[in-house]
Design a protein around this ligand. Structure first.
Ligand code: FE
Ligand code: FE
Ligand code: FE
Length: 588
């Protein structure tokens, strides 16, 4: 694919479009009796829209033309540009790109920017190549970005690959890659670390996007981060943070995965009197059941409008603003000469989607795809569990005598160090009743000795939960009490090629198999959603800790080594602040 416009640049196609626009030739498709959401002017106006091939040929007063291969009466419905999701990880939805397209296209999304950072951490450049191949030929335009943080906490965890500046340069040389994906190593950027310097340099020289992740950056740090050439952020935490970042000229990828920020964003837009042109919308991380049941981008539009934002302004952020950010002159407007990526909504409150067109093709109607998706063109990377079955001994923290003092990881919220006295029996620590053991095994063949840590403040456990979805290295983590249950949980996932499982009293309560990179399933999205939901509920049954998703999120949070505070990784208990790695939590 040389240019993203290649299919629109065919002079014969333009000949036909020019003639149809003037009534000298029929349209292929004519949408009549609709109202166009004009995201340039902010108006809603009555109009018919004529399509020729992949193009919008004409947007004209109702009833002007009647000649077309197919005429669709919209009965007053609203025609908007196809929704563009400016930042997300398909992996968070645990389904393959093909399945993902099948879910979001009927929801009105026609273009996404995918950072395949999680599969990159598991399978390296090979997995990124697979991501690009798996993204091709779908009714969803998938712009793949090059993962910049593989691993995301070097020295504190080991993932399946290591990307340096050369790897970044190579990925950016691939025509399908749209730029550098979220650069998360903020300290590295500000310190001009050789690695982050070479990553950003490769991005700048490519002329492609250089995307960021600027959690809690403000003042000098924010200015420095932008001065490095990084352009965007989705980690907005407050109205003040949002305003400072807009003022700093950052592209904002406002996200629905942390929807508690949306009321503050809408309040700020109210004060400014408009949604700035540099604000785009994104989903970032959405669990499979949420994606299937309430949706991604369309759900975000619904939320913003409920909060009082003008619907056409919300739509502009989800379409034209993102098209401009992506430097895609063919997308983002219902206007002649642009690409016919269109969504027809029943209304602008619920944003119920009636029709979706992608490059002029009618691809979805009433929540269903019009044609089945093509089979996957390449085989997905599976069999990524490169470790032996665990034994009960794998879960022992060795100690001598009858009593020991251990360092603990105190949670929830942010993790911090703790200390307490514990009993010792048969040469190993007895996990206290109110605590849990977390074990993280490297699953890429680096070692079979797990990192072990005692977690406090997380309820009482009777059973174990395990996952291979473990940001960002996606090793195998098990949390719970009782070596037998922990071993069963671990071995269930080792045998199934990865996934999530909950175990109690020697029984598997729920098991979601994620054989692709240990992160994704090629099974139907509704089934993945159902199984994920079952794991969520089973998680709630093995601990008194409240909240189903909370268990999964906090489990991942307890291993997120790039954050400050102690975290359990495959190397031990690590400290994001000091770089310390504690391999045995027993104090002298
Ligand atoms: Fe991020
Ligand atoms: Fe992200
Ligand atoms: Fe991640």
């Amino acid at each position: 694919m040389s240019s993203p416009y290649a299919d629109l640049n065919d002079p014969a196609l333009r000949d036909r479009a020019v003639r149809a626009a003037q009534g000298q030739a029929p349209f292929d498709t004519l949408l009549v009796n609709g109202r166009v959401a004009d995201v340039a002017t902010g108006e809603m106006r009555e109009a018919d829209v004529g399509l020729v091939g992949a193009l919008i040929a004409s947007v004209h007063p109702r009833g002007t033309f009647h000649e077309a291969g197919e005429i669709i009466d919209l009965d007053g419905r609203i025609i908007a540009p196809g929704l563009i999701d400016s930042h997300l990880h398909i992996e968070s939805s645990m389904i393959t790109p093909r399945s993902y397209a099948g879910v979001v296209v009927p929801q009105g999304t026609t273009t996404i920017c995918w950072d395949p950072h999680e599969v990159g951490n598991v399978g390296g450049l090979e997995a990124v190549r697979w991501a690009i191949a798996a993204a091709r030929g779908l009714p969803l335009r998938i712009i793949v970005l090059a993962p910049s943080c593989v691993p995301s906490a070097p020295g504190l965890e080991r993932s399946g690959a290591v990307f340096d500046g050369n790897a970044m340069e190579e990925m950016l040389s691939w025509p399908e890659v749209g730029g550098v994906a979220e650069i998360m190593d903020m300290r590295g950027v500000l310190a001009r670390s050789p690695l982050m310097r070479s990553m950003t340099q490769a991005g700048l020289e490519s002329g492609k996007l250089v995307c960021g992740h600027a959690r809690d950056l403000a003042g000098k740090g924010l200015q420095g981060f932008l001065a490095a050439g990084i352009e965007s952020d989705h980690e907005i935490t407050s109205e003040a943070d949002l305003l400072e970042k807009i003022r700093a000229g950052m592209t904002i990828e406002l996200r629905v995965s942390h929807e508690d920020i949306l009321p503050q964003a809408v309040a700020l837009f109210g004060k400014l009197g408009h949604v700035p042109q540099t604000v785009t919308l994104c989903t970032d991380d959405i669990f499979p059941d949420d994606l299937v049941s309430r949706g991604g981008m369309a759900y975000m539009l619904r939320r913003l409008v409920q909060l009082g934002l003008d619907p056409v302004q919300a739509l502009r952020a989800a379409t034209l603003n993102t098209a401009m950010r992506l430097q895609r002159r063919d997308l983002g407007l219902v206007a002649p000469g642009r690409r016919a990526d269109l969504v027809v909504f029943d209304d602008l409150a619920e944003f119920r989607v009636h029709h979706v067109f992608a490059s002029g093709r009618h691809v979805a109607e009433n929540g269903e795809l019009c044609e089945p998706l093509r089979p996957d063109p390449v085989t997905a990377p599976t069999e990524t569990m490169k470790l032996a079955l665990t034994t009960e001994r794998s879960f022992y923290i060795p100690a001598t005598g009858t009593q020991a003092r251990v360092r603990t990881v105190a949670i929830p919220r942010t993790t911090r160090w703790g200390e307490r006295d514990v009993a010792v029996r048969d040469g190993h620590v007895v996990i206290p009743q109110d605590a849990a053991l977390m074990a993280v095994f490297n699953r890429y063949g680096a070692s079979d000795v797990p990192g072990l840590g005692i977690l406090e403040g997380w309820g009482e456990w009777s059973g174990a939960v395990a996952t291979t979805v473990l940001h960002d290295s996606h090793n195998l983590a098990i949390i719970g009490r009782g070596e037998a249950d922990m071993m069963l949980a671990a071995n269930t996932l080792i045998k199934s090629g990865g996934g999530m499982v909950a175990v109690r009293d020697g029984k598997v309560l729920a098991h979601l198999e994620l054989p692709v990179c240990g992160l994704l399933s090629a099974t139907a999205p509704e089934e993945v959603a159902r199984q994920f939901n079952a794991v969520r509920e089973a998680c709630a049954a093995v601990t008194t800790w409240n909240g189903q998703t909370a268990v999964i999120k906090l489990m991942i949070g307890a291993s997120l080594a790039c954050n400050p505070g102690p975290h359990v990784t495959d190397m031990g208990i690590t400290s994001g602040m000091t770089g310390e790695v504690v391999t045995n939590s027993v104090l002298a």
